[in-house]
Design a protein around this ligand. Structure first.
Ligand code: ADP
Ligand code: MG
Length: 339
């Protein structure tokens, strides 16, 4: 094991970043100078996220490689949610002396895997010590033609509301990890029982972003009217779209895609799986609203589900429950109303 105090900052950065390859033409100069140099012809999209140990991640059950992968992918997802293509990231790190070179190498292996998989270049960052714990901040840059950028505030009445993939699995994965951690803390001799829960664990620990969906829109020459990625749960994201677009909507509980593995875990924990989908978050799926004619072109895709439609603001933002009862959607509030 190598203590960080044994190596200089410059040596550390070069050890962590030496295997990263530049993949994009727009990256003119990456790591190694005072600033990176980029050459963009279209609009530039920029987004930043900060992850704080103990607030956003728990290293007692999150492997550092997964953390790096997830931190990068969740940033790419913000660019895809604008209908753009992620091209570069910067990574800024603050770490306490508790971490060794090997731990940071693992973190960067995860970031590198994500960069290779999604065609993104690491072009810089900053490195600092911290008095306690780890903080990771990633800034992503992406590209889109001006006419292709999709905002949250442009949903139109009668649009079909769609989601990609399935929802709630990442949240159930987190519940499982928390349960096993609590059991372990109470009785360290008990081994965590994680076999047979692969799908929800993967959704929590190694999520993917929906570049494939953005590429499909481009191939078919279609563009959603409004879009957002699902990082905080369906309730909160549909409210962003409806509030910013000054619209209402009807979503149908029976249409919300939930994986069998998510339902099984929810049953085991005596929870409602739809609550996980509505309020869970970290799914990194896309929620979008699209015109009926454009919806016809994508509806054959097995991985896109229509869950409702956009209405005038006066209609309210409602979930129609399985039993037909209309429930107003409020961020994090649906949970309490049902239980
Ligand atoms: P400066 O003192 O000019 O800010 P640094 O020594 O901090 O330069 O960084 C040197 C180079 O390494 C820069 O290109 C910077 O973007 C990059 N860099 C620094 N920290 C990181 C990091 N944690 N991850 C990736 N690149 C980094
Ligand atoms: Mg610096």
């Amino acid at each position: 094991m190598t203590e960080l105090s044994e190596i200089g900052e410059f040596d550390l950065i070069s050890k962590l970043t030496k295997d990263f390859k530049i993949q994009n033409k727009s990256t003119h100069k990456g790591i190694g100078d005072d600033a990176a140099v980029l050459s963009y012809t279209d609009k530039v999209l920029v987004s930043t996220d900060m992850l704080v140990e103990g607030v956003h991640f728990d290293l007692s059950y999150v492997p550092l490689k997964h953390l790096g992968y997830k931190a990068a992918v969740s940033n790419f997802s913000d660019v895809y949610a604008m209908n753009g293509i992620a091209k570069q990231i910067t990574v800024s790190l603050a770490v306490s002396s508790r971490f060794q070179l090997e731990a940071l190498t693992e973190l960067y292996q995860g970031i590198q895997l994500a960069c290779e998989q999604y065609g993104v270049d690491l072009i810089g960052g900053d490195t600092s010590s911290s008095t306690k714990g780890m903080v990771i901040s990633i800034t992503v840059l992406g590209e889109a033609k001006q006419t292709n950028v999709v905002y949250r505030n442009t949903a139109q009445t009668n649009d079909i509301v769609c989601v990609t993939g399935d929802l709630g699995a990442a949240y159930m994965g987190l519940q499982l990890l928390e349960r096993e951690k609590n059991i372990f803390q109470a009785a360290p001799e008990i081994q965590p029982k994680l076999e047979g829960y692969d799908y929800i664990l993967e959704r929590q620990l190694k999520p993917e972003a929906r570049l494939d969906v953005i590429e499909m829109f481009a191939e078919l020459g279609i563009k959603p009217h409004a879009m957002i990625d699902i990082s905080d749960g369906l309730s909160s994201e549909i409210l962003h779209i409806c509030n910013q677009s000054n619209k209402g909507c009807k979503l149908y509980e029976e249409k919300i895609p939930v994986a069998p593995e998510t339902i099984r875990m929810a049953e085991e924990l005596n929870m409602d799986p739809v609550v996980a989908a509505m309020n869970g978050g970290e799914d990194y799926e896309l929620l979008f609203t699209i015109s009926e004619p454009d919806f016809q072109k994508i509806k054959k895709s097995a991985d896109i589900t229509a869950i409702g439609y956009i209405a005038d603001a006066s209609a309210g933002v409602d979930l129609i429950a399985m039993d037909g009862v209309k429930v107003p959607i409020v961020a994090q509030g649906w949970n309490t109303m049902q239980q």
